[in-house]
Design a protein around this ligand. Structure first.
Ligand code: ZN
Length: 146
């Protein structure tokens, strides 16, 4: 089944898998208005689904298994894949890399919101995520599981 891009006049954009080209456009998930199918971008045709958007990242420290290294690595790679995808397809860009901290321990490798989000999500546990990022910079690498 094909995946199409839809846009609503309220500004919402989303992708949906539909049975066929002739399937009716779905209602906007945000406001309920009728949406319009956007023309497929040539680069997207025949491609696998794009990487998950940042909003798919865990929203809490528990969501990354309380800092489990493999889980964080998975999300970091997901975020990196998404960033590469957005560079190739600027129309899908969600947010720029904003620097959250660049002083002290973060001088050599600034802490970005993207990294924070990859660690813990933008809500709730950003402080803990920042502490973790700081700890890793001090030791040079994430602690190996014991
Ligand atoms: Zn809408």
């Amino acid at each position: 089944m094909p995946v199409y891009d839809y846009a609503c006049s309220c500004g919402t954009r989303f992708e949906l898998m539909v049975p066929s080209w002739s399937s009716p456009a779905p209602a906007c998930p945000d406001c309920g208005a009728t949406t319009a199918r956007r023309p497929p971008s040539p680069a997207m045709r025949g491609r696998a689904a794009p990487p998950p958007s940042m909003s798919a990242a865990p929203k809490s420290w528990e969501g990354v298994n309380r800092g489990d290294r493999d889980t964080i690595t998975h999300w970091r790679r997901t975020v990196e894949a998404r960033r590469d995808f957005e560079e190739r397809h600027p129309e899908h860009r969600e947010q720029r890399d904003a620097v959250a901290a660049h002083e002290g321990r973060f001088e050599r490798k600034p802490l970005t919101y993207r990294e924070l989000a990859a660690r813990a999500g933008t809500g709730g546990d950003a402080t803990q995520a920042a502490a973790e990022a700081s700890r890793e910079r001090r030791t040079g690498a994430p602690q190996a599981p014991s």
